[in-house]
Design a protein around this ligand. Structure first.
Ligand SMILES: *Cc1c(COP(=O)(O)O)cnc(C)c1O
Length: 357
């Protein structure tokens, strides 16, 4: 018997979530964001489930080439573009598109042969202050690209810093509209939060990431409340039980002390599987379909759970760390992080199983 942990990826959920994006942004084309190994779901697996997407966005050139070689013919865009002129032949050969966010990149394009047919997402910095041109430099960047015969199409883009919180998108929209007024070029602005909350941001291309995987981008709502279906379930089993006496402690550092006699279970899942080590006592876990809580510090290969409310649980009982019956948003909330981080931290040692609804 292998170690009982596995992650199940529900391909039907991925299809459902993509359909929900289309329903929410009916006039936009969809650039499905599959960076970070499709947020932990598997690059080629996610692409296969979402092959109806109008395009894919990711970060690594070799992953993009792998996608192209697997037969995907739609737009494939690299969200940090190229890093050196050495990358450019790969972009041209495989018809990959690049986010252009700096003068350095524009300089690198000068030596490309005419007709290279490069597809560009030109990024404006509207306040995120990570990647992108300042508004004052944007007209020159556009002019340079429009006069470069190696560049085929230009889509204007920006990225929101607060689409998921109270500050919202208006302040960045104002800046974007000011800097792009009168330009007859397609636009791409919306991430998942903006797709769900701000229809005025949809424009020509939306860029959903987290919602495709069924996880909410908002801190105060779970995916199911938005009509999404979680695609990943990380599950394992109890491999041992312990009967604690009042005053006993659990695990490294004795971070949990039993206030009364109680039974706990030991789960074959630890931080080397991608479970967050900083998850405190009380992080939700489902055992045999019943919600209970972690006790003690998460170790590399194991963690412990309170079985007080699950008296019939025993060795072999199914434990859902996140997913079905235990939303990843709630686990992330307890562990002071976001579902994004948990999903994409799924460790390579965890076997993946596919399901279809
Ligand atoms: C990751 C990313 C997205 C997707 O964001 P979600 O919040 O996961 O929907 C969209 N655009 C860019 C530029 C990104 O880097």
């Amino acid at each position: 018997m292998p170690r009982p942990i596995s992650a199940t990826i529900d391909l039907a959920a991925l299809r459902h979530n993509l359909a929900l994006v289309r329903q929410r942004a009916p006039r936009s084309r969809v650039l499905a964001v599959i960076k970070a190994n499709a947020y932990g779901h598997g690059l080629l697996r996610a692409a296969r489930a979402m092959r109806e997407a109008d395009g894919f966005a990711l970060l690594e050139l070799d992953d993009a080439v792998r996608l192209r070689e697997a037969g995907y013919e739609q737009r494939i865009m690299l969200l940090e573009g190229f890093f050196s002129t050495r990358d450019l032949p790969g972009f041209i050969e495989h018809k990959l598109g690049a986010v252009i966010h700096s003068r350095d990149q524009i300089r690198m394009l000068k030596d490309l042969p005419a007709g290279s047919d490069l597809d560009v997402l030109l990024k404006l910095n509207t306040g995120m202050n990570r990647l992108g041109f300042a508004s004052a430099d944007f007209p020159d960047a556009i002019a340079d690209l429009q006069s470069n015969p190696a560049v085929a199409q230009i889509t204007l883009m920006t990225h929101f810093a607060n689409a998921d919180d109270a500050r919202g998108v208006a302040w960045q929209m104002t800046e974007f509209e000011r800097a792009t007024r009168g330009l007859a070029l397609p636009r791409s602005l919306a991430n998942s939060a903006a797709i769900l909350r701000y229809p005025q941001t949809h424009f020509d291309w939306v860029r959903p990431g987290i919602m495709l995987y069924g996880c909410s981008p908002f801190p105060d709502e779970i995916g199911a409340e938005l009509g999404l279906r979680p695609a990943m379930t990380l599950a394992s089993e109890l491999i041992a039980l312990q009967n604690l006496r009042r005053g006993d402690t659990v695990g490294y550092g004795g971070m949990f002390t039993a206030e009364r006699d109680m039974k706990i279970g030991v789960v074959a899942c630890g931080y080397a599987d991608g479970y967050p080590r900083h998850a405190p006592n009380g992080t939700p876990v489902a055992v045999d379909g019943r919600l209970t809580a972690t006790v003690g510090r998460v170790s590399m290969d194991m963690l412990c759970v309170d079985l007080s409310g699950v008296p019939d649980a025993g060795v072999g009982s199914r434990v859902v760390l996140w997913g079905e019956g235990n939303p990843v948003e709630n686990v992330a909330g307890a562990a002071a992080t976001v579902g994004y981080e948990l999903l994409c931290a799924l460790a390579p040692r965890v076997p993946v199983v596919e399901s279809n609804g």
